[in-house]
Design a protein around this ligand. Structure first.
Ligand SMILES: [Zn+2]
Ligand SMILES: [Zn+2]
Length: 391
């Protein structure tokens, strides 16, 4: 005996039709092949990387976005009712969290654990139609076979919303593991949005002292609840310097690392000054590439040269490279997820050692996805994680 779900021919989906142009449309329910899943979407988180694509048109339309997805398996390709994958056995009716990027684990990049650079990883394995783009802003998604190892069952006691948070938590845990931290270390986390708050909590769980900064007082208050030892509004850079000297300089030599969870170049420069020699600065939110240099006309080559230079490196950003060489400070980045951490991530979230529920402040129905994205793009005093829900 197994569950049978009635599956309609068409469904509602929010289709990206161009820059800032999202439309609720009726589209076919995706067809699935052998060893693929059809999942009825319950919840999809709104992620800054999708916002960037929608607002800046960095990818071509039409697409259906949304990749922090949780839902119920309603069909398995090849007429079976269950499917054994490398990591679990899945069956119709299972509540699952999805993972849209899974690396091959075999290529040159994967052998160096640079999963986000792997060709297989770069393929998006979940779609609701059109060029695969996650598909979570639709009623159903097709889960292709190569991302099945990333499908995680949601325990009975946990909600779909908690399942949808696995993907962002994974990206955070991956970044934390790039830092050489010891218990008792001091780390600056710049930015206390949902991502920054989760960094704060995960670091606290690793017995690291967090100095949390944000411009919003409400977020600093929450940072305390998420385990920050110190909180500072960095508006005047003096505040930060005073705080880091007063609170942590004497015994330990200052900040051991800084995580920049806001796309602010000033925060990076400030962190480079504050972090001790041999410390690390990790960029997490600098996901927008600098403007390309303008096409040069042969007439005014000199002028254009300087202009294109500024386009690549905004004039206010000057990095003293001696801080990297002489002071041995590492400037590193982390992007996207590490599939091999998925089991650890699931334990962290589902055990509620990292309780993601207080982060969820807004839920929008599917037809209001554009409003959900607009709010996530311009957070308010009381907005944190925003979900599109269909439950
Ligand atoms: Zn995301
Ligand atoms: Zn690979």
């Amino acid at each position: 005996m197994f569950l049978v779900f009635a599956i309609p021919k068409t469904m509602r989906a929010v289709v990206y039709r161009g820059v800032n142009d999202l439309r609720l449309e009726t589209v076919p329910v995706p067809r699935i092949g052998a060893n693929e899943l059809l999942v009825k979407v319950a919840i999809c988180g709104v992620c800054p990387t999708d916002i960037k694509k929608i607002q800046h048109g960095t990818v071509s339309p039409p697409r259906i976005f949304g990749h922090e997805t949780a839902g119920t398996i309603v069909k398995i390709g090849g007429r079976s009712s269950s499917l054994i994958t490398r990591h679990s056995s899945l069956k119709i009716g299972d509540r699952v969290a999805l993972h849209h990027h899974v690396p091959c684990l075999k290529c040159h990049f994967c052998r160096h654990r640079a999963f986000a650079q792997c060709e297989t990883y770069k393929r998006t394995g979940i779609t609701a139609g059109f060029e695969p783009a996650g598909g979570g802003y639709a009623e159903y998604v097709r889960v292709m076979d190569f991302v099945l190892p990333g499908v995680v069952k949601i325990p009975e006691k946990n909600s779909f919303a908690e399942g949808a948070m696995l993907e962002p938590v994974n990206t955070i845990l991956k970044a934390v593991k790039r830092l050489n931290l010891l218990p008792g270390d001091n780390v600056l986390v710049a930015g206390q949005g949902p991502i920054g708050l989760m960094f704060t909590k995960i670091l606290q769980l690793a017995h690291v002292n967090v100095l949390a900064t944000d411009l919003l007082a409400s977020r600093l208050k929450l940072a305390k609840k998420f385990g920050a030892k110190w909180t500072v509004n960095p508006e005047r850079s003096r505040n930060l310097q005073v705080a880091s000297r007063r609170d942590m300089n004497v015994a330990t030599g200052g900040l051991d690392a800084a995580i920049i969870a806001v796309p602010s170049d000033d925060a990076v420069l400030q962190a480079l000054q504050l972090v001790r020699g041999g410390g690390q600065i990790l960029l997490f939110a600098h996901t927008k590439r600098a403007a390309k240099p303008e096409v040069q006309s042969p007439k005014s080559e000199v002028q254009n040269e300087s202009r294109s230079h500024f386009a690549l490196h905004p004039p206010h950003f000057s990095l003293d490279l001696a801080s990297v060489c002489l002071d041995e400070k590492d400037l590193i980045g982390s992007y996207s997820s590490d599939f091999t951490l998925q089991a650890e991530v699931a334990r962290l979230v589902f055990s509620r050692r990292l309780d993601v529920r207080p982060l969820i402040t807004h839920r929008f129905p599917l037809e209001q996805t554009a409003a959900a994205i607009a709010l996530a793009a311009r957070p308010t005093e009381n907005s944190l994680k925003i979900l599109v829900t269909q439950t």
